[in-house]
Design a protein around this ligand. Structure first.
Ligand code: SF4
Length: 354
């Protein structure tokens, strides 16, 4: 699906897994039970082209935030490779990783938690610049004031000496964006970057991120639970469910022709400003299952409205949707060998798969 030698590819994840071991009880150890693990990410592959915005969407517990941390090597993968601009991050020493860090930055959801309350805004924004680029105090101050102006944190010379609690929520998120940009990164992982902002400033922040992307030639991995937000900023969207990537494609294909029933359910959950279109039926039933013991076969089969017997027996793989290059979905009934069982596909002949 991806090509490491393609120079347009900035980030590539190759069959990446992250399993968190679960502490065993004394009883389980005595009984000789095998070590259990939360399979937060379980064999995910995708790439992001330079200058692109790839959205990762899914419910809590789908593994999207873990993917973001793996992409930055804030977490080490259990298996698979994370490749930034041709460099396999898994193989880097601590010193090599430190040098690479300036090329990839993160914007977390909660600016209050990600800014050091004991540092002024100027100190916090300039910290990465001081470590990675230039420790001269005058140079740091110049760079900080310049980036604060760029992100609309003005008057910069006044806000420079303020502490995070003295700023509004929107200003704090701008400070986090400034801190991420000051090292002139190539890749930004934005993890629910507007989820904690007031509704009134969300669009302003998204517009700012779009504008900065053009100005600084950035590439974003944009993590969100909200497909409406993803639509505003993303070029492509990947949909995660219980540690698996179940669908990925261009924005137009994902919104215009979603093939995976989970993607369809997420899109049906997006609110529409028309009371006549409201329905009391939940688009998806039940809770996301436990990632320690995920369902067999297709992990979505316990909640899927069109599941067939095969779904609990065999795991579907990502396959390209007919006539839509770059659009992949992992569903036996939509892209696999069992299309004749799809209730949407009444014309299909009942040919059992080979
Ligand atoms: Fe539903 Fe089966 Fe497709 Fe999974 S493979 S999404 S259970 S129809």
């Amino acid at each position: 699906m991806t090509d490491q030698t393609n120079h347009d590819v900035l980030l590539e994840m190759k069959d990446v897994k992250k399993h968190f071991p679960v502490k065993q009880s004394v009883f389980e150890r005595v009984a000789g039970e095998s070590q259990k693990a939360v399979r937060a990410v379980d064999g995910v592959s995708f790439h992001i082209n330079r200058g692109e915005v790839l959205g990762l969407a899914g419910e809590s517990g789908s593994g999207k935030t873990t993917i973001g941390r793996l992409a930055l090597r804030l977490l080490d993968a259990t298996d698979g490779q994370v490749i930034l601009d041709g460099v396999v991050l898994n193989d880097l020493s601590a010193e090599e990783l430190r040098r690479t860090r300036k090329r990839m930055q993160v914007i977390f959801q909660d600016p209050m938690a990600s800014l050091n309350p004991r540092m002024t805004i100027g100190e916090g924004v300039g910290h990465g610049y001081k470590i990675h680029l230039n420790s001269d105090p005058a140079a740091v101050r110049r760079a900080v004031l310049e980036i604060m102006e760029k992100v609309g944190l003005t008057p910069a010379d006044v806000l420079y000496d303020k502490y995070p609690h003295q700023l509004s929520g929107g200003q704090r998120q701008r400070a986090v964006i400034a801190r991420a940009l000051i090292t002139r990164p190539d890749l930004i992982v934005a993890d629910e970057p507007i989820a904690m902002a007031d509704v009134s400033v969300r669009v302003l922040l998204l517009d700012l991120m779009k504008q900065l992307k053009e100005e600084f030639n950035l590439t974003y991995l944009f993590i969100t639970h909200d497909l409406a937000t993803a639509k505003y900023i993303c070029d492509r969207i990947g949909v995660m469910y219980l540690g698996k990537l179940v669908e990925i494609g261009d924005l137009r294909d994902i919104y215009g022709n979603p093939r995976h029933p989970y993607t369809q359910a997420l899109l049906a959950a997006v609110p529409v400003p028309d009371p006549t279109l409201r329905t009391d039926d939940p688009p998806i039933r039940g809770e996301i299952p436990n990632a320690i013991n995920p369902p067999s076969g297709c992990r979505f089969h316990t909640r899927c409205p069109i599941a067939a017997d095969i779904c609990s027996q065999e795991e579907p793989v990502l396959r390209e949707v007919d006539g839509e290059p770059g659009h992949f979905a992992a569903c036996h009934l939509r892209t696999g060998d069992y299309k004749h069982l799809d209730p949407e596909n009444q014309d299909a002949t009942e040919a059992p798969p080979q």
